[in-house]
Design a protein around this ligand. Structure first.
Ligand code: ADP
Ligand code: MG
Length: 493
């Protein structure tokens, strides 16, 4: 493609019909035309100064406009010096405009040469374009290669600059990161490195610790290190062994999500449902505060059962940051589930965030201390402390590992379905994994046209390809259909 570089000027114009595209010496004819146009321009300059001198009119000017082409302009005070070969073209307030035979001739030369040069450049451009098009496949291949080189050299530069190390890629389901950092935050000098390890006995890491402790950051850095490693980059860690993951699933809420209330919880559940359906034992799952979008016990119950399902059925490497400290007892019941926590130092009742991650549960939520740190009035903080002790006493039963926790169900044997099914009917297909359940169309009352329509809509949906937004819209549409008929019935009654 040196054709482009060697023929086209450094900064070509935006349009292809006004010339100025090609360098000199690319095309002889073009050079000739340009030379002629150039000679014409030179002649014009010389003509102007010659005439000024010859006629003794210092203010004489040669100008050009669209309407008359080139002309000589002489102010009225010098009109008596005009020679007879000057022909009048136009009268202005203070000046007269003239032309001569010579000027006409040169004008012709300049304008024709210029026009022809432009037309020729246009033609040459079309030829060049054709030539380039015929090489399109090679060009895009070249583009791909340049892109790879670009990415790899960026990886290399960054790795050298920030002391990243080469990860060891494994074909099992382990992960061992020593002194890992968050690639974006590590630069600020105060970042505290943390390791992580997944193996047969550590598959599900339940991460507890106070707000602002660094849980979300820890989740993100684990995902980023994994992705960087699999993209072929060095990683921000002293050492990293990464068992290849088939996918990284995340359920990480943005802060502004919290404002949108209920539909956010719906989104959260749609994403969690997607994860439970799609994750495999080779996946990496990151859950940040799942269940936060709903009431405490709803949220806790969902977080709890999601934890059970992932650790017993899915078996993916999972990092679950949660403020539900009640879940820490699950470590005694579920193999492979291990508690880890972000550490804080308690300095005379005030907490300091250490941002280090260690094994074991963090039993205290520190919420009250964080509130104190934020400057809540002392009286309010003290009262909250008392209430906390009271509430914790009340909720003793709501802890994983305590007596009275219901046993896990065999999937399909759920009371939910009993509630949805007409009485007497047995739930369909017990023992099926969740992802294989048939739509439960048995529950539809066949005679009701609205329910039938909704059932049809449901059946025509493919939940696995819907975006959360589409799913919500479908839901709203179905509810609207239902509401309309209900309203209609009220009116009829
Ligand atoms: N390892 C770390 N070293 C230094 N600062 C950290 C580290 N992890 C998190 N932080 C900082 O602490 C604050 C809270 O982090 P975040 O991950 O949002 O906490 P959490 O999710 O526990 O509420 C952020 O400002 C973050 O930059
Ligand atoms: Mg967080």
């Amino acid at each position: 493609m040196h054709h482009i570089a060697s023929r086209v000027v450094e900064e070509p114009p935006m349009t292809i019909r006004d010339g100025g595209i090609f360098q000199n010496s690319v095309n002889e004819q073009l050079d000739d035309l340009r030379k002629k146009a150039g000679e014409g321009t030179d002649w014009l300059k010389g003509f102007e100064s010659r005439e000024r001198e010859r006629l003794d009119i210092p203010s004489l000017k040669v100008k050009q406009n669209r309407q008359f082409g080139f002309f000589i302009e002489v102010t009225k005070s010098h009109l008596d010096k005009i020679p007879e070969e000057y022909r009048r073209r136009q009268t202005m307030t203070n000046a007269e405009r003239f032309t001569t035979e010579d000027l006409k001739e040169w004008e012709e030369v300049i304008l024709t040469a210029d026009d022809r040069a432009k037309a020729l450049e246009h033609e040459l451009f079309l030829e060049l374009r054709q030539e380039v098009a015929s090489q399109a496949a090679k060009l895009s291949e070249l583009g791909r290669k340049i892109a790879s080189a670009d990415v790899l050299s960026a990886f290399a530069n960054h790795a050298r600059k920030h002391s990243w190390n080469r990860p060891d890629i494994k074909h099992d389901s382990t992960m061992e990161i020593v002194a890992g950092r968050h690639p974006v935050l590590e630069g600020d000098g105060r970042f505290v490195p943390n390791g992580i390890s997944f193996d047969k006995r550590r598959k599900f890491l339940l991460l507890t610790g106070p707000n602002m402790g660094g849980k979300s950051t820890y989740l993100r850095q684990t995902a980023l290190i994994t992705i960087l490693a699999q993209a072929g980059s060095f990683v921000p860690a002293e050492k990293a062994k990464i068992g290849i993951v088939d996918r990284v699933f995340t359920r990480v809420g943005a802060h502004d999500d919290l404002r949108r209330g209920r539909s956010t919880f719906m989104m959260e559940m749609i994403e969690v449902a997607h994860i439970l359906r799609r994750a495999t034992p080779r996946s990496l799952i990151l859950l940040d505060e799942v269940g936060r979008g709903t009431s405490t016990f709803d949220g806790l119950a969902i977080a709890w059962s999601v934890t059970e399902d992932i650790s017993t059925r899915v078996g993916a490497r999972t990092l679950f940051a949660t403020h539900y400290h009640q879940l820490v007892g699950l470590a005694d019941e579920i193999e492979g589930l291990v508690n880890i926590h972000v550490q804080v130092a308690d300095v005379k009742g005030e907490i300091r965030f250490l941002h280090t991650v260690a094994d074991g549960p963090c039993d205290d939520s520190y919420g009250v201390q964080v509130a104190a740190l934020a400057g809540l009035p002392i009286a309010v903080v003290e009262r909250a402390r008392d209430l906390l002790i009271f509430l914790e006493g009340q909720a003793q039963g709501a802890r994983a590992g305590s007596d009275g926790t219901p046993d896990s169900r065999v999937s399909g044997q759920s009371s939910l379905y009993g509630w949805m099914l007409p009485s007497g009917e047995k739930p369909a297909k017990p023992n099926q994994p969740i992802s294989n359940q048939e739509p439960t169309k048995e529950i539809v009352v066949q005679e009701d046209p609205v329910l039938r329509e909704i059932a049809e809509r449901l059946e025509s949906l493919d939940p696995d390809t819907l975006t959360p937004r589409e799913a919500l819209e479908a839901l709203y549409a179905m509810r609207a259909a239902l509401n309309n008929t209900l309203d209609g019935k009220h009116l009829e009654e």
